[in-house]
Every structure is written in C-alpha cells, then in structure tokens.
Design a protein around this ligand. Sequence first.
Ligand SMILES: C[S@@+](CC[C@H](N)C(=O)[O-])C[C@H]1O[C@@H](n2cnc3c(N)ncnc32)[C@H](O)[C@@H]1O
Length: 337
Amino acid sequence: MPRLPQYDASKAAGDDGEIREILNQRAAPGGGAAIGYDNRMANRHFGNLGDIWKHLPLGDVLRTVRPDRYWESHAGAASYPLTHSANRDFGVYHFLAHASAEPALGQSAHIRLLRELAGEDRVPAVYPGSAFVAMWALLDRPVRHLYCDIDGESLSTIAATAEELGLTAEAVECVEADGVGTVTSRIQTLADDEAAGGTFLLIDPFHITAANDDGVNSLDLFAAAAGKGVKTILWYCARTIDEWERLRSDVSTALDKSGIDESGLWRGEVELLSMSERGFESPGVGMCGLLCANLPDEVIETAKRQGEALAAIYEDATLPCGLSGALAFHESCACRT
Ligand SMILES: C[S@@+](CC[C@H](N)C(=O)[O-])C[C@H]1O[C@@H](n2cnc3c(N)ncnc32)[C@H](O)[C@@H]1O
C-alpha cells in the first residue's frame, strides 16, 4: 500500500489533483488490501438505489455544514469492489450514466467523488461507502471522525482508507461495538454548544427498530441526537408497501414518545411508483428516506433539488423485474405522518 502524506491542515482540502492521485492508486488492480471489500462483507446492499439516495445528499450536506465531529453508528466498509448486479445496474450504474443530464446531480459532490475514483475509466473500480464519502467531503478540515460497526473487518477498511487519505489515527476512531449504545453515550458527554454547533451524526442501520441489549434502537438514538441539537440524518427503507406502512407508524410512535420539537425535522423520500403493482420485486429498496434533524435550510434546499433530479433521471428507467422504474420524490416537514 502506498505511503501517503499525513493530514496537513494548511493544505486546501478539495485539492482534487492530489485526491485523484490517491484515489487512482487505490483503484489500481492489486493496489492493496484496503481497496474495496470482498463478498464476505457485512453490507451486501452497496451501490443500489438506496445508497444513491443517501450518499448523494450526504457529500453536499457535509461540505456545507462543515462539522468538527462526524459520527456514524452503522459505518459499514470504506468502499466495495464495484461489479454489475441487477440492483447496482438500477442504482449506481444508472446514476453514473444519467447524472450529467441534471445539474443538481452532475455537479454534486457524489458524482465528483465517483468520477475521481474512475480516473480515466468510465466507471470506478470501487463504490465508496458513507465513511469514504464523509472523509473525502471533509478532508479540508481537522474533523474528529467516529465510526462504529459490529463488523471489525468493515472497520479495518475505514482505518486503512483514512490513512491513505492522509488522516491521522487520532482523527479517525473506529469502534467495534454496538453503534446505537456507543453513540448514545457519546452524545451525553457533549456540551450543548458542541452538540448543536459542530457535531454531525449519520444513523444507517439495516433495521431502524432493531434494539440493542439495553432496549435502545436507531429511532431512539435519532431522537436523543436531534433533541440535543446534533445535525442528524437517519436513513431508512422499505421493500414493500406493508413494510412502509409499518415504518411510518414506527417513526410516528417514536417521535411522539420522544416529545421532540418537529420544527427542526425534515424528511425526503424516494418511492418506486410501481411498488404496489403485481409482480413488483424490489431492487434492494421499494422506497427509502432520510429523516433529518437540525439541518440548515440551504442544505435541505440542495437535498430537495437532488431528490427531484433523481426522479427526473429515473422517469424512463426499467426495474430488473421488468416494471417501470420511475420514481417519485416526496419531501415533508411533518415527519409524524
Ligand atoms: C446499511 S450498512 C451501513 C452502510 C454504510 N453506512 C454506508 O452507507 O456505506 C449497516 C451496517 O450496520 C452494521 N451493524 C449492524 N448492527 C449494528 C450495531 N448494532 N451497531 C453497529 N453497527 C451495526 C452492519 O455490520 C453493517 O455494516
């Protein structure tokens, strides 16, 4: 693996020339153990539509918010070897092929990262996970990163990628433990100004209602973080209409129970319009959404434009099951319904 310079705060991050060099080294065949992750990985859903409606807004949100602390409760791996599958063809490959048709996508941080990873090739050799998206978006700042996952192998790819990107070991903490409990505890240690001013949390579980040994789940974590003023995104998905109904009810119940002030919340969802049709088979997700707390208006505006643009590039898409792959984008500030 190439030795790369340590983090140097005096360097303008966003120095794309240097990043490209690093990323090309990463993407080179046989370039090192941290390049992507193999098929034993804990997260097998990478690169599907759900990842696009997560990583697409995330990069730009972070570039605008510029937090001092970036935390993830369910981090996954830094990157994944990008190969074709029906769900990835509908997800990242469709996005790569059509993003330039919409300025909100063609100028996004996410497409820029994917193009950096691709280098001279049309498509990248790896798909970046949220940790990579975040470290890359925040490379110009002395950010303290915290990545939690119960899968140590996924975390080891984050540590290796951080090193390749020139981040010091002190700047990137990887915790192999339940992320809901770990982050809940960390939130309690934050002073109010640290929480509201400079902390950003991504909660990205497989199941938002899966409780840890203390009976705390990702919705509880979201409510605790949001209530403390932390800028927070919770990603969720459903594969069927029934699942979506249950999910709505779970979110409403959790928000009611928390007594959280709804004025700081925003929700952006993409929905496959053929989800309720006979023969529908989910390409990983039938719908997915971002429940967001304490984000500035300009960030929400950008995410909204990206959601609408995503719907535009899927207008004529076809699902792997043969039905229409058209999407609707919905946004709402009333998150309890
Ligand atoms: C959806 S994947 C994360 C994807 C990643 N955030 C991304 O966007 O690239 C969910 C991850 O949660 C991890 N996980 C499952 N239960 C967990 C728990 N209780 N605490 C922390 N991580 C957990 C899994 O190992 C998996 O890597």
